[in-house]
Ligand binder design. Sequence first.
Ligand code: NAD
Length: 478
Amino acid sequence: MTLPEVPLFIDGQFGPGATGKRISVVNPATEEAVAMLAHAAPDDLDRALHSAARAFDQWRSTTAAHRHEILIRAAALIRDRQEEIATILTAENGKSLNEARGEVGFCADATDWYAEEAKRAYGRVIPARSTDVRQITLREPVGVALGFAAWNFPAGNVTLKIAAALAAGCTIIVKPSDETPGTAIAIARCFADAGVPAGALNVVHGVPSDVSEHLISSSIPKKVSLTGSTPVGKLLQRLASETMKRCTMELGGHAPVLVFEDADIPNAVERLVNAKFRNAGQVCTSPTRFYVARGIYEEFLAAFVDRTSRISVGNGAEPGIQMGPMITERRREAIAALVEDAVAKGAELRLGGRPVPGKGYFYTPTVLSDVPDSARLMTEEPFGPIAAFQPFDSFDEVIAKANALPYGLAAYVFSQSPGTIARAGAGLDAGVVGVNHTSVHEAETPFGGVNESGYGAESGIEGLDAYLRTKMLTEKFL
Ligand code: NAD
């Protein structure tokens, strides 16, 4: 059987790389190759850089209304092709088709949002010190942008970068993960078919460190946006500093969950189980450290374990499946090692804790209680289907525990007391806080972390701002 080709997209053309090098893309649920991926050679990367620079000269001077029109068309195409894109996404990433459909729907919404925001890149008039001077600020696109994206939201992570950059008047080169490149190409086709000019959007694949080093060391791009791990964020930021590129860093997390004594337990359990095991826990905002008030600890745990035990695990392409596999065997081994370490250090295994035999990188939904702080799981981002529980006794103690890690992406609070909610909301060191629910990212809300979870935001008005710079113009009337 001939496998489908996943091409590069450079200067408006979908095609192979200069050397013809290809690698296979593997379905993590079946371990079978599903496509052949073209790798970019340095010459291809240079073509992408130059075409993005040429396109920028033209795209930057289009009107916001024109960019709006094209992006609205792209959003409509993403919606029209939802099923086709979701099918590729599930085959590459393993998440359930339902989750994949939802993700593609989010991409269409986000593209619509940025299309609208393109029209609102307002400058301002600043009152001058003299009546014959006018001072204004102009909001201009920063230039060619580079986007590097993780595999966990293969459509969402690339779309947020593409739509924001194009809305602002920037051009962009995107490097999706080699694990999920077909989804990125399917999204790129929507933008191309909507009328994005040649070179304004390029998609390249290849060895991550080679591609990022080559692209970032060029003086052509003026911006780097990464959705990825904290170690890679630090590396790319160092590379970007050589040419003083601005960065948006959407990095790893280790989300704490604070369940207070007065929480609505059925609501908290339902929402947290769904959030925890969504995409098999491979989500940067995935709830991970569950701190539960001692008085309701056992009751909450029992309800959580019961609800979790009913999650159906399997190939996301099959009907009724709720949780798919880990993205690679290496990630599954890492998860198993974290569980083993926690149990060896005294944690109690309440559910799961084992790989699923047979094909596919499946690992059972896992619940551990009384996990000591010394367990690696309590400090290292697991990025898998593991919930770690600890009881707490006081508000100050639980806030201190929640804030104890270098990460600061998402945090969750479950309580019915306005005072507790307000104090926890203010006290948590996190970029996004969900109170009594877990939906912390919409097209219209700013999303981003603090501390070693990165900086800058995507979505919301902040998402467009990240691709704009400010020029001050002061004018003397003659
Ligand atoms: P990763 O850091 O390994 O890779 C992210 C991207 O960077 C990929 O496209 C990769 O190809 C590219 N890359 C560029 N240079 C690289 C280099 N020198 N070495 C390795 N990769 C390089 O992350 P991942 O494993 O794809 O994704 C998981 C991580 O992403 C988790 O830490 C997760 O929390 C994080 N994440 C963050 C957010 C957020 O919005 N904060 C969202 C999703 C995922």
